[in-house]
Design a protein. Structure first.
Length: 303
């Protein structure tokens, strides 16, 4: 039995909304049609996916599993369409994603020497979108930072790099040559929504702001709303006159990896991965050439 992708998309819409009426509106179909399609999918799979009662709609264990698996599957189908469209135009193009602070130039140059006919484009990505962009084909390969949801991906570690504390310029530890995790215990921490991804296990109250990306982090820290942590290489490329970067050697290091969709296989992509692995040392060293600045305690020398 082949899985009907249209029914799967219908199921995902209901699972996201937990409401048949709102899902039907989003899909631009009648609610009875949607209900019939979901029942047909349950029959195809031989499992109840949703429970429906006076309290509303809920996912069964089978439904939760299908929702987990459906995301990468639908994203992969979307990626196939993207690649076919590009191929139909007669163009050869590779989109490389990278997180803030990671330099990809060395790999791109080495790859271009072997494939001068392939257009290599680059795009910066944020942590909350790196897996999704790989799965749906917006990028072909990504220089990512852990953690990342590895479902549907092949993830290869490249290197680790130290992190630094990001402090307001007037902070009592600004200007130090280095500090420890313990020095900052109890400081309000600016971080994204998932606290399990924090590189420190020291107690930090939530600063109450949701940050997405380096630029937002620097603005909030400069305003005195809390502290944060960044991979050292990000501090080379991003500066703010009211922010101080201070090395913090005992903090858990940042892990940089290469990631591609597990379904992707091509000689061209493999050649880029080879180039990226071969130049990983150069990429890592890009975070070192301006580390002398950190000893002064301020990032204002740049820009």
């Amino acid at each position: 039995m082949d899985l009907d992708l249209r029914k799967l998309r219908y199921f995902v819409a209901v699972a996201d909304k937990l409401h048949f009426g709102r899902a039907a509106d989003e899909l631009h179909i009648a609610q009875p049609v949607l209900s019939r399609q979901i029942r047909a999918l349950e029959q195809d799979l031989g499992a109840a996916l949703l429970t429906r009662d006076s309290h509303g709609v809920a996912l069964t264990d089978a439904g939760r599993q299908l929702l987990t698996d459906a995301g990468p599957l639908l994203a992969s189908v979307h990626a196939v369409r993207r690649r076919v469209t590009v191929a139909a135009r007669g163009s050869r193009r590779l989109m490389v994603g990278f997180r803030a602070g990671i330099a990809v130039t060395a790999a791109v140059r080495q790859f271009a020497d072997r494939h001068p006919d392939v257009l290599v484009d680059v795009q910066r990505i944020e942590g909350d979108e790196q897996a999704a962009m790989l799965l749906d084909g917006r990028i072909d390969v990504g220089y990512v930072r852990l953690p990342i949801d590895e479902a549907g991906l092949r993830v290869t570690p490249l290197y680790t790099e130290p992190r630094v504390a990001v402090l307001p310029a007037g902070h009592r530890f600004a200007g130090r040559e280095q500090i420890t995790e313990a020095d900052l215990a109890g400081e309000p921490l600016l971080w994204h929504a998932d606290p399990s991804t924090q590189p420190t296990r020291r107690p930090h109250p939530n600063a109450g702001y949701l940050v997405r990306g380096v630029d937002e982090t620097l603005e909030h820290v400069a305003a005195g709303r809390g502290i944060s942590f960044l991979a050292r290489s990000a501090t080379v490329f991003y500066s703010h006159p009211e922010v101080s970067y201070v090395p913090i050697p005992d903090l858990a290091p940042d892990q940089v990896c290469l990631a591609v969709a597990a379904s992707r296989t091509s000689p061209v992509l493999d050649d880029f991965l080879t180039a990226a692995e071969a130049t990983a040392g150069i990429t890592a060293e890009c975070g070192n050439y301006e580390m002398w600045q950190l000893g002064s305690g301020t990032a204002s020398k740049r820009g």
